[in-house]
Ligand binder design. Structure first.
Ligand code: ATP
Ligand code: MG
Length: 396
């Protein structure tokens, strides 16, 4: 479904390698947790330093620099990533992401489009409780003036900060805003806000992104403390928050604009924007919101054979040969138990074979709940007429 959503917007798939030269990921920045603390890196037999990918943006940008496709370049990806983390619900050492990157466009309409793709994807899954939070980190120079101001602000009251945040402050003052510790809350709440540091261009860009979201009727909350991990983020950042998970891992996805990354990997200065959605957390959210309905690939008919199972063996075989997906129950279960299995299978019809049917060479066709309107009347027909009849009534 993700592929459908993004391919309808002109994205092509890229399959980045599962591991890369360590240096590719180090470009993501010294102050980035996934690089400094969470990377699985090792030396191979040739003495090269390589790392399992902790995310996919770096590999995508590395491929871009190497192959230099025409701009704008819109790419999507899906696959596993690896991070050395404290594993718990919604936080694993191997987890899947789907995501997109667009290189070469600075237009705020693109920011709105990219956000809308993720929004539409969650909507198509049936999720109704995912919330969008957005922020802008301004231009790199706005951001660096803001970081200086934060450093000064937090340094004035070091004793009030948690020991963890004091450490974070040395590495990356922005990330202190991300602290989930209660002790830090009052200081974080009263911290300077990034919007006071925007250049005219940055303010204009952000206003146009928000206007774009308004046009698309996508609800959002502007959250000035949303800073996200990458050193490279600038201007628009966003996160999608699920309702199901604990607050320390309730982000089902996130993304933003970045620059400098293409240059740092040896390419020309190129704007970029992208997002990555956590598949595992999205599935937990789907579970919590109860959006899983019928099985993903329901069969068309379910054969209920209460005469021992030999009829089910031949009938399912004949049905499949005629192109009709069919399933059955095994081990000579009771009628009741087989009918339950038929309901669970998502099939349109149960085909029932009892003693009478067997004796007269017939089958009983019973429409299952939720199928073909509300008409649940069953009919008994000669077995030879079953396949032609099903072919007429089943959607091809
Ligand atoms: P968090 O703050 O929860 O650690 P993050 O900022 O590290 O998230 P990103 O690097 O932005 O996450 O990755 C995008 C998405 O991938 C996250 O929103 C989340 O849904 C998912 N994700 C990240 N790390 C994990 C993990 N260890 N296990 C499962 N999903 C993850
Ligand atoms: Mg993380």
């Amino acid at each position: 479904m993700f592929a459908e959503v993004v391919e309808s917007a002109g994205f092509g798939q890229i399959i980045p390698p599962m591991f890369e030269d360590l240096g590719v990921f180090l470009r993501l920045g010294e102050a980035t947790d996934i690089v400094t603390k969470e990377m699985y890196d090792f030396e191979d037999k040739g003495g090269r330093r390589v790392a399992l990918r902790p995310e996919m943006t770096a590999g995508v940008v590395r491929a871009f620099v190497q192959h230099r496709p025409l701009l704008p370049w819109k790419a999507w990806y899906a696959g596993p990533n690896f991070r050395y983390e404290k594993a718990q619900q919604g936080r694993y050492r191997q987890f899947d992401q789907v995501g997109v990157e667009v290189l070469g466009v600075d237009d705020p309409h693109l920011d709105a489009e990219v956000i809308s793709l993720a929004w539409d994807f969650y909507g198509r899954l049936g999720l109704r409780q995912v919330r969008l939070v957005v922020n802008s980190l301004g231009e790199p120079q706005d951001r660096s003036r803001y970081v200086d101001a934060l450093r000064v602000y937090f340094s004035q009251d070091l004793a009030a900060l948690s020991p963890e945040s004091r450490q974070t402050l040395e590495r990356n003052p922005l990330r202190v805003l991300d602290s989930k510790r209660e002790q830090d809350a009052p200081l974080v709440a009263a911290a300077p806000v990034i919007s006071d540091f925007y250049s005219a261009d940055a303010a204009e860009h952000f206003a146009r992104v928000l206007a774009g979201l308004d046009h698309l009727a996508i609800p959002y909350e502007v959250r000035p403390s949303l800073v996200r991990g990458l050193d490279y983020y600038r201007k628009t950042t966003f996160e999608f928050i699920g309702a199901a998970l604990e607050s320390s891992q309730n982000a089902v996805g996130g993304g933003g604009r970045y620059d400098g990354l293409v240059e740092d990997l040896g390419g020309p200065s190129t704007p970029g924007i992208g997002f990555a959605l956590g598949v595992d957390r999205t599935l937990l959210e789907c579970d919590a919101e109860g959006v899983f309905g019928a099985p993903a690939n329901p069969v068309s008919v379910f054969v209920v054979d209460v005469t021992g199972g030999a009829e089910a063996l031949t009938l399912t075989h004949d049905l499949r040969a005629a192109g009709i997906a069919s399933d059955r129950a095994y081990e000579g279960r009771s009628m009741k138990s087989q009918m339950k299995a038929a309901d669970r299978s998502g099939a349109t019809f149960a085909i029932i074979i009892g003693g009478d049917e067997l004796a007269s060479g017939a089958v009983t066709v019973r429409p299952l709940a939720g199928q073909v309107g509300d008409d649940r009347t069953q009919s008994t027909i000669p077995r030879t007429e079953l396949i032609p009849m099903l072919k007429r009534v089943l959607p091809s």
